[in-house]
Design a protein around this ligand. Structure first.
Ligand code: TXA
Ligand code: MG
Length: 313
């Protein structure tokens, strides 16, 4: 398959209409989209990414009215979160309608719904005229792509089209909140923090590690965000083991030198830069990536979550 590259949302939409799969930018990471109601197209996403079929996809909308195509059971708390944070980096999980095929939701009776605020994403989704399911546009297990070049690196020849935009603004995936219960549960942290959510819905709770929640968000089980190199989390004051090909990312410049080094100027910059830095390390054959730990506050919580997963083996 030849992967078509374009800057034109209208050109990209033609591939969706013909049942193809298209990578597109959002404010979080690049997504790999297909028409949610076209089972064959949705299946192509799982194949192209080599994604386990028990990991559900998020349906992206370009207009608020499209929520009704996906769920007819919009809880009061979901409504409040939607009013406050759509369009933006939030995914709400609701009971799905019959029309949403089970392949998209990995057999669950719920569906994740998100409305990106990214300009090019909005133009693309509006022109699609249908909700578009989209996981992050990486090969399963690799860091999520924050540039179209990272999508190309993983998926060239495996997908129909890449809608080329800039590097994504946030760099970490959306906050996912299960709104099917009285107290909504945060399944994944992102740029919208727990404090932000609590400001709108005081009942929001954190996911606990019990198995029930693992079943509710099957994706959490899977290995994620792994570069080939070994990721080591370090605190500001820590000394480093000597190693031949090592890299460092963080806010504070360490005492020793590294083959690759990225000093970020803020927490937001760290979040924005992390996934691309992990990929750059792989391109350079780095063996150890030292990542400075941060306080779990604001986007720091999401950043620490991704760092911890990247460090798991
Ligand atoms: O920012 C994002 O969310 C990006 C962009 C492209 O929008 N998408 C993304 O998709 O990160 P993906 O597939 O890489 O991650 C989706 C996450 C997984 O952890 C999955 O388990 C969870 O959302 N999820 C999706 N549908 C769900 C559902 N019905 N119930 C529980 N969790 C769900
Ligand atoms: Mg992903």
């Amino acid at each position: 398959m030849r992967t078509h590259l374009t800057h034109s949302p209208t050109e990209a939409v033609e591939f969706i209409k013909r049942g193809g799969i298209v990578a597109f930018p959002t404010e979080t990471v690049y997504g790999l989209g297909a028409n949610v109601f076209d089972e064959d197209s949705v299946r192509k996403i799982f194949e192209a990414k080599r994604r386990p079929t028990d990991n559900p996809l998020i349906a992206h909308i370009g207009a608020l009215e499209q929520i009704e195509l996906l769920s007819s059971d919009i809880t009061q708390n979901a409504r409040k979160l939607i009013d406050a944070f759509f369009p933006g980096p939030l995914t709400v999980v609701l009971k799905k309608t019959e029309r949403v095929p089970l392949i998209a939701t990995a057999g669950l009776d719920t569906v994740g719904i998100r409305m990106p605020r990214h300009q090019l994403a909005r133009e693309f989704l509006k022109a699609c005229g249908t909700p578009v399911v989209a996981p992050s546009a990486n090969l399963s297990g690799r860091p999520s792509p924050t540039t179209w070049q990272a999508v190309f690196e993983d998926l060239n020849g495996r997908i129909d089209c890449i809608l080329q935009g800039d590097a994504t603004e946030i760099g970490l995936e959306s906050t996912v909140v299960d709104c099917t219960r009285v107290s909504p549960v945060i399944l994944r942290t992102g740029a919208i923090s727990q404090a932000d959510l609590l400001g709108v819905v005081p009942e929001v709770v954190e996911r606990d590690a019990d198995t029930l929640d693992v079943v509710r968000s099957p994706g959490i089980r899977h290995r994620h965000y792994s570069p080939k190199a070994k990721v080591v989390l370090v605190h500001e004051s820590e000394t480093f083991e000597p190693s031949s090909s090592a890299a460092f990312i963080g806010l504070n410049r360490p005492d020793r030198s590294f083959q690759l080094i990225k000093i970020c100027n803020s927490l937001d910059d760290y979040a924005h830069s992390l996934f691309e830095f992990l990929r750059e390390c792989d391109r350079n054959g780095i063996e150890y990536i030292f990542c400075e730990t941060m306080h779990s506050e604001g986007i720091g919580t999401a950043l620490m979550d991704r760092l911890q997963r990247a460090a798991e083996r």
